[in-house]
Ligand binder design. Structure first.
Ligand code: HEM
Length: 421
């Protein structure tokens, strides 16, 4: 083994078996903290280096981040497919030129990002979050009603999927009858953004079909809120304050971003927290003894499991990072999952310890793109795990072995089957 890590091979899109990742991350951090992959991605794995990139958006642009929800142009598409795509696009009730050039907040840089964030933050203020707590509790109680009478249940299907999707509907002001539909649009947008579909024609078709369905449903709602504002996020986004408001396309994109960024991530953190607690009985015992440790337990599960494993940036100029030269245009993977286990910041970093001193981990990002839904996600997960807590001592993981989601970007369990002991 060479000391500079030249013999290491790592690819964030093919990282290797999950149970070996902590050891792989340690090698990266110690021997190749700025690692250049054979596919030309620069992987940053130390805590301070990840934070340093996130702190300098002028030098490290967010434009390679997906969550776009937009159709990229692809010269490879054959005329027949192009015809189908144009036919699909024809019925979309927004300006297609604006849609094609629009950026999601996650992929925008200042000053565009600053303006979008200022407007969207109106809908995520403390009063809104407080009000959300009531809705979160009601959904959690309804989803878990009757579990005592069942021999086992899948936590993911029962609560971890519906809670975030229902809350996103609640925030956007979408009627309760549309939850199933919203979840399927959200999954379709996530599949396109997450690169799950390799055939470009298929990807474009799914993208346009979903945009068409969603916008046909959602644009009238935007128009309605523009005329008759309510207390929801859409009204907050389209209401002009100091002459600032989002356009229909920007509001549509924001809704898509929230659906993609807020659904599977929160679903995964609910499942991950419960699995971590049940897999670490001594930590569960501490929590049962002192339920005020619940926020720490959720934060610790967020640290160790990093529901979003990495995010991208692009160098806007030639630069240097931790002594390594990085060329202009370089695509950089900020590996939050690896950074969260950096022993320079976290003692005994691979252990799940709910009493560890509070050091902010990077699972919600850092800097100007810090997760807009972090408070909401935190409340959802605390409510879900808190509601289960009185039962957790009497529940065990069933249906083993647990199966992970196939995504390498989003870390979570497909099912978390719980059975009464
Ligand atoms: C456990 C759940 C979640 C995790 C782990 C998570 C993680 C993240 C991370 C790491 C980023 C920053 C990405 C970057 O720096 O490039 C981010 C941004 C974002 N998240 Fe979350 N997220 C979660 C839940 C949510 C929820 C519930 C919502 C909304 C309802 C949401 C909305 C957003 C938005 C809009 C952004 C972009 C913010 C910006 O660019 O200014 N997220 N999230």
């Amino acid at each position: 083994m060479s000391a500079d890590g030249a013999d290491l091979t790592f690819d964030p899109f093919a990282p290797g078996p999950r149970d070996q990742l902590p050891a792989i991350f340690a090698e990266l951090r110690e021997r190749a903290p700025i690692y250049h992959t054979t596919s030309d991605i620069w992987v940053v794995s130390r805590f301070d280096d990840v934070k340093s990139v996130q702190s300098r958006p002028e030098l490290f642009s967010s434009r390679p981040n997906p969550y776009e929800g937009q159709a990229e142009t692809n010269p490879e598409i054959n005329p027949e497919v192009l015809e189908q795509l144009l036919a699909l696009a024809a019925g979309i009730p927004v300006d297609m030129a604006e849609l094609a050039s629009a950026r999601s907040i996650a992929a925008a840089d200042p000053p565009q990002h600053t303006r979008m964030r200022r407007i969207v933050s109106r809908g995520f203020g403390p009063r809104r979050i407080e009000e959300m707590a009531v809705a979160i509790k009601a959904i959690t109680d309804r989803c878990l009603a009757g579990i005592e009478a069942e021999s086992s249940f899948d936590l993911v299907e029962r609560l971890a999927i519906p809670l975030p999707v229902e809350m996103i509907c609640h925030i956007l002001g979408i009627d309760g009858s549309q939850y199933t539909q919203v979840k399927s649009w959200s999954d379709a947008f996530a599949a396109v953004a997450g690169g799950d579909i390799s055939d470009p024609a298929e990807r474009h078709q799914l993208m346009l079909r979903t945009i068409k369905e969603f916008s046909t449903f959602f644009v009238p709602l935007i128009e309605e809120r523009r005329k008759n504002p309510q207390s929801d996020l859409v009204s907050a986004m389209v209401r002009a304050i100091d002459d600032e408001a989002l356009s229909n396309v920007e509001t549509l994109m924001m809704a898509v971003t929230i659906m993609v960024a807020g659904n599977e991530t929160s679903t995964n953190l609910i499942g991950n927290t419960v699995v971590e607690l049940l897999s670490n009985p001594e930590q569960l015992a501490l929590l049962l003894d002192d339920p005020s440790l619940l926020p720490n337990a959720v934060e610790e599960a967020n640290r160790t499991t990093a529901p979003i494993q990495f995010a991208f940036r692009e160098a806007t100029d030639d630069t240097e990072l931790a002594g390594t030269k990085i060329p202009k245009g370089a695509i950089i993977a900020l590996h939050m999952a690896a950074a969260n286990r950096d022993p320079r910041c976290f003692e005994d970093p691979d252990s799940f310890l709910i009493t560890r001193p509070a050091v902010k981990n990077l699972s919600f990002g850092y800097g100007i793109h810090y997760c807009l839904g972090a408070h909401l996600a935190g409340q959802e997960v605390r409510a879900a795990v808190g509601r289960l807590l009185p039962h957790l001592g009497k529940l065990e993981l069933a249906g083993a072995p647990l199966e992970r989601n196939p995504s390498v970007l989003l870390n979570g369990w497909q099912r978390v089957e719980l059975a009464w002991v």
